[in-house]
Write a protein that binds this ligand. Structure first.
Ligand SMILES: C[C@@H](O)[C@H](N)C(=O)O
Ligand SMILES: C[C@@H](O)[C@H](N)C(=O)O
Lengths: 159, 159
């Protein structure tokens, strides 16, 4: 499958809220996102990686304008679900490489990560789908990140 | 934005390899995926959530047939990057709700998670994109998971 990279997308003004140390058993994610849906919180990414010792962490992003409202719901859920803690990062941006056939191209991911690494941009979170590789980074680095990824894939001018 | 759910997708025969406790600084992900790309490992999902105490975990999925090869590379990387450990789960499947406008629909996620919870299916990992919500679950549960998600969204017969 040929790689066709159509561009670099980005979102500024994000907050990432993480529920740390939730019990890793059925019903927890449903309860957490049920509460957020009830309050009509518009969520961006949802990320949960691997659990250890029966616990797991669940993060999600929201537009910064919704952070306060979302944080209150997350803190209430933290108590109800007996999670360990809620942390919030109000300084997050997302940068993504978008294209067809990306899913099976490990080297696209490796090149994207290397471009960020060469420019000393720390990758805080990663998610992928069939057509996109997304990284969460410091908001202050998003312009630089978009430029160095454009350069890496010779995509020409950023839109 | 109206929700248009086009279906439920799934992948069986996956293995999830997790590099635990990597230093959370620029260059680590680039080195790790650079090694995997060098050996032409075809990767499915990549997941990294929130770091704590300067460390983070990075997971990826591969087709089970590639697990042995990928695991050797991950174990070598674990030493080179001074990560804490590598764990592998050889019994993983992915189930996804796919559709337009999903990104901002917290209730689609809540409903998908609730359908799995009602049927006692544990959600082991979660990633989302603009058009898809994906969960990793036990492979033995994938048929049931597809069915209960179809029912939840009244999608009719599974393809
Ligand atoms: C952690 C959380 O996702 C849990 N495993 C669940 O199924 O709800
Ligand atoms: C953990 C790893 O992603 C690291 N933060 C990096 O940028 O490479």
């Amino acid at each position: 499958e040929d790689i066709v990279i159509s561009g670099v997308a980005y979102n500024r003004n994000l907050s990432k809220i993480s529920l740390l140390g939730v019990p890793d058993r059925p019903g927890i994610a449903a309860e957490f996102f049920g509460r957020l849906a009830e309050h009509h919180i518009v969520i961006g990414m949802i990320i949960q990686n691997v659990g250890t010792h029966g616990l797991n962490d669940i993060s999600f992003t929201v537009d910064r304008a919704e952070e306060k409202k979302a944080l209150k719901i997350a803190r209430d859920a933290c108590k109800a679900l007996k999670a360990k803690d809620v942390i919030v990062d109000s300084n997050v941006a997302k940068v993504s490489v978008v294209g067809v056939g990306i899913k099976s191209h490990t080297e696209v991911a490796a090149r994207m990560f290397a471009a960020l690494a060469r420019n000393n941009i720390n990758i805080e979170s990663i998610t992928t789908s069939e057509i996109r590789i997304s990284c969460l980074i410091r908001e202050s680095e998003v312009d630089r990140a978009v430029k160095v990824i454009h350069d890496e894939f010779a995509l020409g001018e950023a839109a």
